[in-house]
Design a protein around this ligand. Structure first.
Ligand code: AMP
Length: 126
């Protein structure tokens, strides 16, 4: 079954400039901005500019240029935030929710970068 991309999702509107965002980084294929409801002192969302729904969709169908650009952007944001464990930072967590079991709210692929406090267990028990 092919992925159906919804052009009316909120991140598509951000990419079209229809609603504002607090940009952290913009590159040729990637946009990163502050989450509107931060779950940690640092909460950045990284999205590809292309029409990808989930992490697997992006991983399987994006071009190598898009994948490299996105991955480098994640590193660049960690550097900007000063959270790189190898550089004296206290670390971070990346999360990507997909589909109904992943409890994905916005159907445009995004990676959450959370940092600035101890983030506790990876997922709740149960
Ligand atoms: P997910 O559950 O992984 O799909 O997460 C969607 C995220 O998008 C949530 O953390 C929301 O707070 C965030 N969000 C929704 N609308 C906006 C917006 N207009 N600007 C920034 N972040 C948003």
């Amino acid at each position: 079954m092919a992925y159906a991309y919804d052009d009316q999702n909120v991140f598509a509107k951000i990419l079209r400039g229809e609603i504002p965002n607090r940009t952290v980084l913009e590159t040729e294929h990637t946009l990163a901005f502050q989450d509107i409801a931060p779950k940690a002192p640092h909460h950045v969302l990284v999205i590809p500019k292309g029409r990808y729904v989930t992490a697997d969709h992006f991983a399987l169908e994006a071009s190598e240029a898009e994948i490299v650009d996105f991955t480098r952007a994640v590193g660049e944001i960690c550097r900007k935030l000063g959270v790189q464990p190898g550089e004296g930072g206290a670390g971070f967590r990346t999360i990507s929710n997909a589909g109904s079991d992943g409890v994905q709210e916005v159907p445009h692929y995004h990676l959450h970068i959370l940092a600035g406090r101890n983030l506790g267990p990876m997922v709740p028990h149960g």
